[in-house]
Design a protein around this ligand. Structure first.
Ligand SMILES: Cc1ncc(COP(=O)(O)O)c(C=O)c1O
Length: 386
């Protein structure tokens, strides 16, 4: 019997172990050393100006909200417009800071719909939190323009977007330029969690546009301490032990073992994402012919990281059971968050989210799938819809 899982991360074990061995032999597995290397490599790869390596995307989203709230003097109860179709982390981060998540509707790309976002803006709105589901940039450019007009900050949950490229308007106003996603956000947060496109065990990267915020993020991710231990141990003179405490911070920074995994993952990210896109093309071609609806990549997206391939079916449970019996194990990304008790007061306000989140299925998508596996999934999905 087949066993085709939704995700299966591919680790270049030998190369990762070499870097991890370097860390252990040096006696430095913690903050600093390889964490600095991955930050430099990530900046080179994405073209983003600042990057700070963390223990997860969830901590990054929290830092993003905290720093923006504190520095811009937002008050408890101020509103952040966000997506109901996302993992719980996106909106927990808003709640951690006593801010109020206001859900707007998603469009056909499962990303925030600019028109719906505009309709939710009130005097209390401070920012929009955009989630690039599956690597899709949706109508992010339109959201960026809207936020500029209205003076709102943009937080990008780029958990799925390592490698996504977006079409940006060129400064000359003719044609477009291609950038790695994140340049236009006040802050972008990537996830390198165990099954993401750049898998470690758990880690992530926070990329602020503004240098002061990057400096603050570094302090807050290490308990509010002004100098990290690696910096201190490499300081000259006898004041190595001395540091200042500037704020109550958190233990959110990444470590050199995770950074070793991320450094090797990054080396293969383009190659891996190319294969993901190839798999998606096979799915797309077959489902178009068979008349099965897929969630498409938006025209603003030059290249999607293709973390997910999602189809839309009328009878999800029946379809899932049909596939499970045949050894195919898809997933769902995500249940509309207003189904959860804590957000139920906003249930039913965003019809497209509610409708699509009941019908989407994420099909197996990873680097161990053979063309035969994909063909097997395709045939069974088509069969399930007859
Ligand atoms: C959309 C989205 N946001 C945030 C997260 C949280 O990422 P992490 O596990 O790195 O904290 C995830 C992880 O699944 C996610 O899918």
């Amino acid at each position: 019997m087949k066993n085709i899982q939704l995700f299966k991360p591919k680790f270049r074990t030998f190369e990762i172990c070499q870097l991890m061995t370097e860390c252990m032999e040096k006696g430095w597995t913690g903050l600093g050393y390889k964490t600095q290397e991955i930050e430099e490599e990530w900046k080179k790869y994405t073209g983003l100006k600042y990057a700070h390596f963390l223990n997860s995307n969830t901590s990054g989203l929290h830092l993003a909200l905290k720093i923006l709230k504190d520095t811009n003097k937002w008050k408890d109860g101020d509103e952040i417009i966000t997506s109901p179709v996302t993992f719980v982390s996106s909106n927990h981060a808003i709640m951690y800071e006593n801010l109020n998540p206001i859900f707007a509707d998603v469009d056909e790309f499962l990303c925030l719909d600019p028109k719906s976002v505009e309709s939710k803006i009130t005097k209390k709105t401070k920012a929009v939190l955009f989630v690039g589901i599956g690597g899709n940039a949706g109508r992010f450019n339109e959201i960026v323009n809207l936020c500029k007009q209205k003076g709102l900050k943009i937080i990008l949950d780029a958990a799925h977007m390592s490698g996504t490229r977006i079409k940006n308007t060129s400064e000359l106003g003719v044609g477009y330029i291609v950038d790695h996603i994140g340049k236009d956000a006040d802050v972008s947060v990537f996830s390198f969690q165990a099954v993401k496109n750049l898998p470690t065990a758990d880690s992530g990267m926070i990329c602020f546009k503004n240098e002061d915020y990057d400096v603050l993020a570094r302090k807050l991710s290490w308990l509010g301490i002004s100098k990290d231990t690696y910096q201190r141990s490499h300081d000259k003179g006898s004041y190595k032990w001395e540091y200042d405490l500037v704020d109550v911070g958190f233990k959110y920074h990444g470590n050199s073992m995770m950074a070793s995994m991320a450094l090797i993952g990054l080396k293969y990210l383009e190659e891996d994402n190319t294969r993901r896109r190839e798999i998606c093309q096979m799915y797309e071609k077959a489902f178009q012919t068979a008349g099965i609806q897929s969630v498409e990549v938006s025209p603003y997206t030059e290249l999607s990281s293709r973390h997910l391939y999602q189809i839309v079916v009328e009878e999800r449970n029946k379809t899932m059971e049909f596939l499970n019996i045949r050894g195919i194990y898809p997933g769902v990304h995500y249940r509309d968050n207003t189904h959860y008790d804590m957000y139920k007061s906003q249930f039913g306000l965003n019809p497209n989210s509610l409708n699509l989140s009941e019908k989407i299925i994420s099909l197996p998508l990873h680097l161990f799938l053979t063309d035969d596996d994909i063909e097997f999934v395709i045939q069974n999905v088509i069969e399930s819809q007859k």
